[in-house]
Design a protein around this ligand. Structure first.
Ligand SMILES: Cc1cc2nc3c(=O)[nH]c(=O)nc-3n(C[C@H](O)[C@H](O)[C@H](O)COP(=O)(O)OP(=O)(O)OC[C@H]3O[C@@H](n4cnc5c(N)ncnc54)[C@H](O)[C@@H]3O)c2cc1C
Length: 397
């Protein structure tokens, strides 16, 4: 169904298949013509500007096109992330209930896709099977988890983040907050009619807790009591095994930093968010090293599927992979002639620290880190709403 091969060629092939006008008409439907570009965007195989330039050259896209607008949401979430940093992990404002009204563990029946609400069980299965979920299904899943099961949005966001191949803290955590009502003016709720309108039959959820009116669901969202999910009666059956959460990549594929390898060389670092970087290397003798910093993953483990995507993507570029702590990697790079990476990963304090550590050595390598070619002009005042940011930005063409 949705297979994502972590290579630049696969990313561009998928881009070539995008039909902007069909997208605009059908994007809300689970089986609509969405682009499925997100894993390639999050892992640096395609930038927003690449997407726009390619599509605009074939089907002129004005700034109001639905697809440009959706790319704008990603850019906006990164605008927020750049301003609030670790604040992404806190509620932006109080929601319908105080933070401590929610539990901090994901319920087992949700994790195992056996809530009895078909829309939720299908969404969890798709998430585990493909590492991808349609936007509407993400909204339904987040809404059910937060408003009906009373799980804090952050617990749900961390769980989903680890399973999505496109997992991106800014887009993920701010979307969960939008659903929860801590980043929007009201809680997002959905009902069985909405599912029936946008999803195929196996997702339909008649006679379940969501088969009610929006007013009733809004009241449930504002109540401190979680729904008794056993009210849903029959279970979907079969069940999912507990997902294979891995706290580190497959050891056998990863080598320890080796300073001798980098000594005197121009090093091009490829990190998990820049799988497509250096399509034109700085020189023919440059050494490509794929790096994974354990600091980046301590708080938010990834599923085996996501690790495979990233590891395969790095291996497609170089056989040399280093996995470890920032300090060990910085030390092993100290003797290089130059170290470069592109682009700077979103809100990535670890790469900023790497730059500082490399600069503090004596002698130290020349360091160059580039930023992505922007699609939208930067907006300086911090905008608390997408609407405000959208009014102030323009296409940076
Ligand atoms: C609870 C929840 C969690 C989410 N977590 C993530 C995440 O971790 N990473 C992520 O990239 N997106 C996330 N999104 C946003 C959105 O669901 C995905 O970007 C989109 O579904 C990806 O599929 P696509 O590439 O087929 O999207 P398309 O609809 O084809 O859109 C094209 C591109 O536009 C951007 N985009 C579209 N819709 C949104 C949106 N609502 N918010 C931000 N960017 C958008 C994405 O970069 C996407 O790849 C989340 C949304 C929700 C409701």
């Amino acid at each position: 169904m949705h297979n994502f091969e972590p290579t630049t060629a696969a990313a561009w092939a998928r881009l070539a298949a995008v039909q902007p006008d069909t997208y605009a008409r059908t994007r809300n439907a689970i089986e609509g013509a969405v682009t499925r570009l997100s894993p390639y965007i999050s892992h640096g195989l395609l930038g927003l500007r690449d997407i726009y330039d390619y599509l605009n050259a074939r089907h002129p896209l004005d700034a109001k096109h639905k697809l440009v607008f959706e790319l704008g949401w990603r850019a906006y979430y990164h605008h927020v992330g750049a301003h609030i940093g670790d604040g992404l992990h806190q509620s932006l404002h109080t929601g319908v209930l105080p933070d401590d009204a929610y539990q901090t563990e994901m319920p087992t029946d949700v994790l195992e896709a056996r809530t009895g609400v078909a829309a939720i069980d299908m969404a969890v299965r798709e998430l585990y099977s493909f590492g991808y979920l349609h936007n509407h299904a993400r909204m339904w899943l987040a809404s059910y988890v937060v408003h009906l099961r009373k799980v804090h949005w952050h617990a749900g966001a961390q769980w989903m983040l680890g399973h999505l191949l496109d997992g991106d803290v800014a887009s993920n955590h701010l979307s969960w907050q939008w659903v929860a009502g801590t980043g929007s003016v009201k809680p997002y709720v959905f009902n069985a009619d909405n599912v029936a309108k946008y999803a195929p039959a196996p997702w339909h959820s008649p006679a379940t807790v969501i088969d009610t009116s929006y007013d009733a669901l809004d009241r449930l969202a504002r109540s401190v009591t979680a729904v008794d999910h056993r009210m849903d009666g029959r279970f979907a059956g079969g069940g999912m095994a507990q997902p294979p959460l891995m706290h580190a990549p497959p050891d056998a594929r990863w080598l320890a930093p080796d300073a001798a390898l980098a000594a005197g060389r121009d090093v091009c670092l490829l990190h998990p968010w820049s799988l497509g970087a250096f399509s034109q290397p700085v020189n023919t003798d440059a050494l490509f090293i794929g790096v994974g910093f354990s600091e980046m993953h301590r708080q938010a483990p990834w599923s085996a599927r996501r690790w495979n995507f990233v590891t395969e993507g790095l291996l497609a570029r170089t056989p040399t992979l280093w996995w470890g702590g920032l300090e060990a990697i910085a030390q092993a790079l100290q003797g290089a002639r130059s170290v470069g990476w592109q682009p700077q990963a979103p809100a990535n304090a670890v790469l900023d620290n790497l730059r500082a550590q490399l600069a503090s050595g004596d002698p130290h390598p020349r360091v160059s880190a580039t930023t992505e070619r922007a699609l939208f002009t930067p907006v300086e005042p911090y905008c608390e709403s997408f609407a405000k940011w959208w009014r102030l930005t323009k296409l940076a063409l």
